[in-house]
Design a protein around this ligand. Structure first.
Ligand code: PMP
Length: 461
């Protein structure tokens, strides 16, 4: 045993089963134990400060020390720490948050169903699609299409929507009735010389072919993140969603926008749907809704869907779906305070002001010998590493080149994340200032340089 190992690390290694982690590496290396937050920084047990370039898991939009959120939670805990929304009851604060969210939501969304995580919100949307098909007498219309490399969660339904190998193979997913179509990543998948527009058209045609092959009467819904997050920070071609949406409308397939990452300002507008001109029938969101301070998610629907649910409820006596913590008052109070802060500080304008620092900074290294593509929008971005940029050739995944960048950045006090395919992701708190973004980029650049030396020394190129 390493005598310098801390108590927290020992406890963690002995008792904790980590989510989404390399359990074997944890056993030998132990965890990074974080004990405190300060603005866009987090601090570890040894007192090292890290600029948190990922806002945790894309969620701490207001940073890690917003007292107003803590105070809102505390006040609500004293006033009414728990109440539920089953059996026609509600905590006043949950109703207030629902109104506030509808007020900022994309046009046409008018009702909010609350849940606790992104996975639950997406599971709810899958079930909703099935339920609606039954309600309108089309019980065969049940298949769900999402995209390869999508990330929609890990529960049975949301894990089926997810289009990444780690969420499927050994977990016996996807479940039946879940299908996957192309990923809209022009740099990686377009044919030589194919324009973004032609590529978007081809993907829409591909989706149409899939719907026709399966039978339009069997396809209920299409799920998409406006910008794919955990699958690689993939920003679609400008005309992609318009073309996809045309296909969905033609075959009466619901458009479900998964705004778990994009929602609440990440792309520079309140929702990614607004940035990309998506007209969702259903929208799911979570994470920055409460700045990640307490768990909460939501599924939004429009009047048409709501009317159907009301009618069914009249027939069946109940809308038979909900969670103990749907609309939890403490989470609702934190969500409300989050939105008040957005408005008072005009956070969306701030995001639009500082986003060019991130985007230009990432693209300034597009010709770094390790970088294949630099991309992003708003305050989300990435470097996709490549062994050979022109041939779009990746490194052997086993070489762990992306993980090396993350390690080298961490050594320099910057937290970034590696996604499958050696993609280095950036998604800092929305409150980040320009000088902090420049610092984050400088540390990440130094990490890239050091990794490049390592790559050469190890004969990986
Ligand atoms: N959808 C998207 C787009 C996500 O990024 C995530 C989580 N990273 C989820 C859904 C699942 O959310 P949760 O982990 O809260 O279940």
């Amino acid at each position: 045993m390493d005598p310098s190992e801390t108590l927290a690390s020992r406890r963690d290694r002995a008792f904790h089963l980590h989510p989404s982690s390399n359990l074997a590496a944890l056993r030998t290396e132990g965890p990074l134990v974080i004990v405190r937050g300060d603005g866009v920084h987090v601090i570890d047990e040894a007192g090292n400060r890290y600029l948190e370039g990922m806002a945790g898991l894309w969620c701490a939009g207001l940073g890690f020390s917003e007292r107003r959120l803590a105070e809102a939670a505390y006040r609500q805990m004293l006033e009414l720490p728990f109440y539920h929304a089953f059996s026609n009851k509600v905590a006043a604060v949950s109703a207030e948050l629902a109104e506030r969210i509808v007020g900022v939501a994309p046009a046409g969304l008018s009702r909010v169903f609350f849940a606790n995580s992104g996975s639950e919100a997406n599971d709810s949307a899958v079930k909703l699609a099935w339920y609606l098909s039954n309600a309108v007498g089309r019980p065969e219309k049940k298949k769900i299409i999402s995209r390869r490399r999508a990330y929609h969660g890990v529960t049975v339904a949301s894990g089926s929507l997810t289009g990444l190998p780690f969420a499927h193979g050994d977990w016996d997913l996807p479940a039946p009735r879940f299908l996957h179509t192309e990923t809209p990543h022009h740099w990686r998948y377009a044919k030589p010389g194919e324009s973004e527009e032609a590529y978007a058209e081809r993907l829409a045609a591909e989706l149409e072919r899939l719907i026709l092959a399966e039978g339009p009467d069997t396809v209920a819904a299409f799920f998409a993140e406006p910008v794919m997050g955990a699958g690689g920070v993939i920003v679609p071609p400008a005309t992609y969603f318009e073309r996809v949406q045309r296909v969905l409308t033609k075959y009466e397939v619901l458009m479900v926008a998964d705004e778990v990452i994009c929602g609440f300002g990440r792309t520079g507008q309140m929702f990614g749907s607004q940035t990309f001109g998506i007209r969702p029938d259903v929208l799911t969101c979570a994470k920055m809704m409460t700045s990640g301070y307490v768990p909460m998610s939501a599924m939004l629907v429009g009047d048409g869907i709501y009317r159907t649910l009301e009618q069914q409820s009249e027939k069946l006596g109940v809308f038979g779906h909900g969670f103990t913590y749907s609309g939890h008052p403490v989470a609702a109070a934190v969500g409300l305070e989050t939105l008040r802060i957005y408005e008072e500080r005009d956070l969306l304008a701030h995001v639009r002001r500082v986003a060019p620092v991130l985007q230009e900074g990432l693209r300034a290294l597009a010709d770094h010998p390790l970088v294949g593509e630099a991309r992003g929008i708003g305050l989300i971005g990435a470097w996709e590493l490549a062994k050979d940029r022109d041939r779009r050739e990746s490194f052997d995944p086993k070489a762990g080149v992306g993980a090396q960048v993350v390690k080298n950045a961490q050594k320099r006090g910057a937290i970034v994340r590696v996604l499958p395919g050696d993609i280095i992701a950036f998604s800092p708190p929305l409150i980040i200032e320009a000088h902090e973004l420049r610092e984050l980029l400088a540390r990440a650049e130094a990490a890239l340089d050091e990794t490049w030396e390592w790559v050469r020394a190890n004969g990986l190129v």
